[in-house]
Design a protein around this ligand. Sequence first.
Ligand SMILES: Nc1nc2c(ncn2[C@@H]2O[C@H](COP(=O)(O)OP(=O)(O)O)[C@@H](O)[C@H]2O)c(=O)[nH]1
Ligand SMILES: [Mg+2]
Length: 294
Amino acid sequence: MFRIFREKFLNVVSKIVEREIKEEDISKIFYENYEEFLSADVSIEVLEKIEEDLKNKLKGVKIGRGEIEKLIKNTINETIENILNVGTIDLLKMAENKKPFVIVFFGYNGSGKTTLIAKVAKYLMKREKSVCIAAADTFRAASIEQLEEHCNKISVKLIKQKYGSDPAAVIFDAINYAKINRIHFVLADTAGRMHTNKNLIEEMKKIVRVNKPDLKVLVLDSLIGNDIINQIKFFEEVGIDCFCFTKLDINDKGGNILTACYLFKKPILFLSYGQDYNSLEVYNYKDFSGKFIL
Ligand SMILES: Nc1nc2c(ncn2[C@@H]2O[C@H](COP(=O)(O)OP(=O)(O)O)[C@@H](O)[C@H]2O)c(=O)[nH]1
Ligand SMILES: [Mg+2]
C-alpha cells in the first residue's frame, strides 16, 4: 500500500518539476563554456552552426529541471565528438600494396610543410619503411638547402634539381629513383607560393596530373585562425585527400581543427607539435575531443 502511494507521489513530483528545454538554456550553456574559443579560434560561423544543431536536437525535449544542464552538456560533447570524427588514414595499411607510395604535401609558405615532411620520413623509417624525398619547391629561395639539411640529419635520400626547374619533373625523378631502389615512400615537398595564385594552382595541378600521387595532403598552420577556411577552399581546387596540422605546440586549442572538420569533413593524418623530429602524432578524434569535453 505504502509502496504504491510512494511511486504515485514520485511520479507526480517529477512531472511537476519537468519542463521543456528552451533555446535560451542551450545558448547559455553553450556560450558560457565556449567563450574562450569565441575570442580566439573557432570560426563564428561554425559555432553558430553547432549551436543550431544543438537546438534542433534538444529544443522542446521535456526533462526534469535538475537534468537540463547535464543533458545539454552531454549533447554538446556528443556533437563535438561527431564533428571531430572525420576518420584518419592508416598510412602503412594504405601503402601495403603500392610501391612506391607517393605523398605530395601542399600548403602555403610557412605552414610547416618542409619540417613536417622530415618528421613523416622519420615516422615511417621508425616503422621500417624506406623513404626518399623530392625537393619540388623549386621556387622559394633556400628551400632546397633547408630540405637537404633535414635529409642529412635523418639520413634520407633527397632528389633535387636546380631552382626554377619543373616541380612535376622533380617528383617524377624521385618516383623513378624509388622504383629502381625499391623504396616504399616518396614524400614530395612543394612550393607554397608562386608569382600569382593562378600559377600556383596550375603548378599543383600539373604535379598531380603527371605524377598521380596516392595521397594529396594539405598542411595547415594551427596559428592561422579563421583564414583556415579560405586556405582550404583555395587548395581544394587540386583535390585534397586529408589534412595535417602543425605548430600545435604553440596553439593547441584546436578551434581551427574543429572548424576544418565541421566544414570540410576530411580525414586528418598527423598533428605536429614542434621542431623535434619525433614531435608528431597520428590524429585520433577520441583523444583530441578530450580538450573540448564539458
Ligand atoms: N613551433 C613550431 N614551429 C614549426 C612547426 N613546424 C614548422 N615550424 C617552423 O615554422 C617555420 C616554417 O616551417 P617550414 O617547414 O619551413 O614551412 P614551409 O614553408 O611550409 O615549408 C619554420 O621556422 C619551422 O621551423 C611546429 O610544429 N611547431
Ligand atoms: Mg618549405
